[in-house]
Design a protein around this ligand. Structure first.
Ligand code: SAM
Length: 642
């Protein structure tokens, strides 16, 4: 019955006349598509309409969407390094997107990029997707890339890679509402919901208005329908519409183009970037930028993964909740995003790096049991991500444990990344931006990203950053014959990892009021006591009262006041109103979730710097933006309450 509380993927209630932060967007669980198979053709049960043409799906898609938008010709005239963005309503089986990707690879110059962005309210299950795509052998390699990265059915954005030069961002939810939270201009639209007669809710002026908002002069549109109200609606939104001969026996289809002028964020050649900090945030950010062709210099005073990212093992996990607040959505989205990154990088390479074989979350009390059970029962966390394992445990599917330092090394091993041991003592905005080193040298780049956790607040002018340090001590315990058989990471109040180097991590303490970098016997005992309390059988297998603590490590987690990272442009906090500092960005405050949160934040920073479509919706962009603390302060001062 919990499902009844939700009506659609995303719902917005714009409070007209009030500012953007008054708009509440409620994300809801996603219901997968229910199909009937008529031979090889998938037909949507609720809409009674096929996903592609019964005659020749490929030929019709090419005719209507690719040729209707003149894609072969436009792809072939792209310049090197140029980005082309396709927007689609109704991802369905992905046929249109795969055909566009194939056409791009056949016609575009080698350095150009394609970004496909497609919205879907009811995604096909992975099984149906496999069956549907098996019919197109000529698309096999792109289809395999899609199937490998196919995301779980959770609301919001999902970033996939189909090819080194082709990204796909899937927006799961209601078309108009998803587009209303998207910001990047689109060059060509595939308007492809089911037939307007079967699916009138989608073909609405509000959707057309979003498409027009995201269009720029020269943006084109194609759709298989010639319905008069669709043509008029698109015209009213600002598209110049034309009837065109339809595919096969169909009389007409529609094509359109926009001429109204909107600011054009001209794509530039890949910028040069300095990343300060070589922990998880720095390594993922450097990698994301390097993949986009940027020349990246990583500066770190102490070397790779020396601080909070330097523990022997860390856990890839998340904290599931049925409540799809921005915070919980970030935890969910970053989790599946991190799993895609790891799979793409084939990391862990072998068991000495760790394993992604699921994480067991033991309920520490009834409250946690209820929270996780609700997350599963509402469908907010589908079974592709979270399943119950008996009465006392849930399993985070696909999670696991790994060596963070090796992961960082692996990510930094890239032709476009140079690493230098150097201490940055100040940064200055500008074109280019400048980092001053402790030897007085200045380093310049188009952008500088500070991935320096709480140290960032020691830089001149950045003391205002609201960062907390949370001391954590982890105890390294000698493996026993029994414990060497453990395969999965376990979370309770703390965590326990299978053996690496014949050692288990038992951790970690959580101390807001202790700044001592020195490890203590007392903290080791606290770690063991917690293990004994929540996992008594494993505590015994590890030696019980005779557990041999071989070593221990203290590190400081950096946390923000609202538990979300600070990821986005650094604001100039001294000016009123504040503005983004030219060329300066932050990616920090990942708390105890660094392995999970950093890949998504890295893609966000890299896309902001390279001016590509973003991997998260505007609600999450705002929730992660470092300036949110300034905004809140102002709201508080003016007595504003929601
Ligand atoms: N373009 C797809 C392909 O290449 O396979 C076929 C699209 S299929 C004809 C229409 C798709 O639109 C379905 O997957 C359906 O779930 C989706 N859809 C329908 N109404 C929607 C809405 N209001 N918001 C988002 N997606 C919607």
């Amino acid at each position: 019955h919990l499902r009844l509380r939700y009506t659609s993927g995303v719902s917005t209630s714009p409070a007209f006349g009030l500012l953007a932060y008054m708009t509440t967007t409620i994300f809801a669980p996603i219901l997968p598509a229910e199909l009937d198979w008529q031979g090889d053709i998938p037909v949507a049960r609720d809409y009674d309409d096929p996903y592609f043409s019964r005659q020749d799906g490929i030929a019709e898609s090419r005719y209507v969407f690719l040729n209707g938008n003149r894609l072969p010709e436009r792809f072939s005239t792209l310049s090197s390094g140029q980005l082309f963005v396709v927007g689609e309503t109704g991802f369905g089986t992905g046929l249109n997107c795969l055909l566009a990707a194939q056409c791009f690879l056949q016609t575009a110059p080698p350095q150009a990029h394609l970004h496909l962005v497609s919205v879907e309210k009811h995604p096909l299950t992975l099984k149906d997707m496999r069956t549907a795509l098996a019919h197109w052998p000529e698309l096999a390699s792109l289809a395999n890339a899609l199937l490998t990265e196919y995301p779980p059915a959770t609301p919001g954005q999902h970033r996939l890679k189909l090819h080194p030069r082709i990204s796909l961002t899937l927006l799961y939810g209601e078309a108009e509402q998803c587009w209303s939270l998207f910001q990047h201009p689109v060059d060509a639209w595939f308007l492809d919901g089911f037939a307007p007669a079967c699916n009138p809710d989608m073909w609405q002026p509000a959707l057309f208005a979003q498409m027009a908002r995201l269009s720029q002069p020269g943006t084109t549109l194609a759709t298989f329908t010639a319905a008069g109200f669709v043509r008029r609606g698109l015209q009213e939104a600002g598209f110049e519409m034309k009837k065109h001969k339809g595919f096969g026996h169909k009389r007409h289809m529609l094509i359109g183009e926009i001429h109204h002028a909107t600011p054009d964020p001209t794509p530039t050649s890949a910028p040069s970037v300095i990343v300060v900090g070589a922990g998880l945030a720095g390594a993922t950010t450097a990698h994301a930028l390097a993949e986009r062709g940027c020349n990246v210099t990583v500066l770190d005073a102490d070397g790779i993964a020396q601080h909070a990212s330097g523990n022997l093992a860390g856990v890839v996990y998340s904290t599931p909740s049925a409540h799809l607040t921005p915070q919980n959505r970030f935890y969910q989205q970053s989790y599946s995003h991190a799993l895609r990154w790891l799979a793409r990088q084939a990391f862990p390479r072998d068991e000495t790096d760790g394993q992604l074989n699921g994480v067991l979350q033991h309920y520490v009390d009834d409250k946690q049991r209820e929270k996780l059970t609700q997350a599963m029962e509402t469908g907010a966390w589908p079974s592709a991500l979270l399943i119950a394992q008996g009465q006392h445990t849930a399993e985070l599917v696909g999670g696991g444990y790994l060596r963070p330092a090796r992961w960082c090394q692996h990510l930094l091993d890239h032709d476009n990344i140079r690493i230098e041991q150097a201490r940055v003592i100040a940064v200055h905005e500008g074109k280019p931006a400048t980092a001053t080193l402790d030897n007085g040298e200045d380093r310049q780049a188009d952008a500088i990203v500070l991935c320096t956790a709480a140290n960032t607040a020691t830089l001149p002018g950045l003391q205002w950053l609201p960062l907390k340090l949370i001391r954590g001590q982890v105890s390294y315990c000698q493996a026993t014959d029994a414990s060497r058989l453990w395969q999965q990471a376990q979370c309770h109040g703390g965590y326990l990892t299978p053996a690496l180097d014949d050692l288990h991590c038992v951790g970690a303490t959580f101390d807001l009021h202790n700044e001592s970098p020195v490890a203590s016997e007392e903290d080791d005992q606290a770690n063991l006591a917690q293990l004994e309390r929540y996992l008594p059988r494993l505590w015994l297998e590890l030696g019980g009262q005779q557990i041999n603590i071989v070593d221990r490590r203290v590190a400081f987690r950096c946390q923000s006041l609202d538990f979300l990272p600070l990821c986005g442009p650094l604001p100039v906090a001294t000016e009123n109103p504040h503005r983004p500092a030219t060329g300066l960005y932050l990616n920090l405050a990942h708390g105890s979730r660094g392995i999970t949160g950093t890949p998504l934040c890295a893609d966000l920073i890299a896309d902001l710097i390279c001016k590509h479509p973003l991997p998260v919706d505007q609600q999450l962009v705002d929730a992660l933006a470092p300036d949110r603390f300034i905004v809140r302060k102002r709201k508080k001062q003016s007595g504003w309450t929601p």
